[in-house]
Design a protein around this ligand. Structure first.
Ligand SMILES: [Zn+2]
Length: 105
């Protein structure tokens, strides 16, 4: 019986226990799953440029089609907002130090 990888949809021969393409353990699916990647990669730009807000938008746009990717984009948005926050703190600390250097004593 031919089976398809439940993770990436690759047709797997009987002799293997793991997907040759993505390495996922073989499961017994008798027909190909829905293609996992049917969203546009451009959604990743939302969390990258709009951090948390973009991540939420991408999450709600994708969660019906691909919950896993939606979660990843939401997490990416959170990470980007944290990075932005750290950059802001560092900038304030840096410019604050510069100000003290200029106006200090
Ligand atoms: Zn696979």
């Amino acid at each position: 019986m031919e089976t398809y990888c439940s993770h990436c949809g690759t047709l797997l021969p009987d002799s293997v226990n793991f997907c040759s393409k993505c390495g996922a353990p073989k499961t017994f699916e008798s027909k190909p799953p829905q293609p996992a990647i049917k969203h546009s990669w451009a959604w990743v730009l939302l969390p990258l440029f709009f951090s948390f807000i973009g991540g939420i938008i991408a999450y709600f746009a994708l969660k019906e089609d691909n919950r896993k990717t939606a979660n990843q984009y939401l997490i990416l948005g959170i990470i980007m907002s944290v990075i932005g926050f750290i950059i802001m703190i560092v900038s304030i600390a840096y410019f604050g130090a510069s100000m003290r250097h200029v106006y200090g004593q």
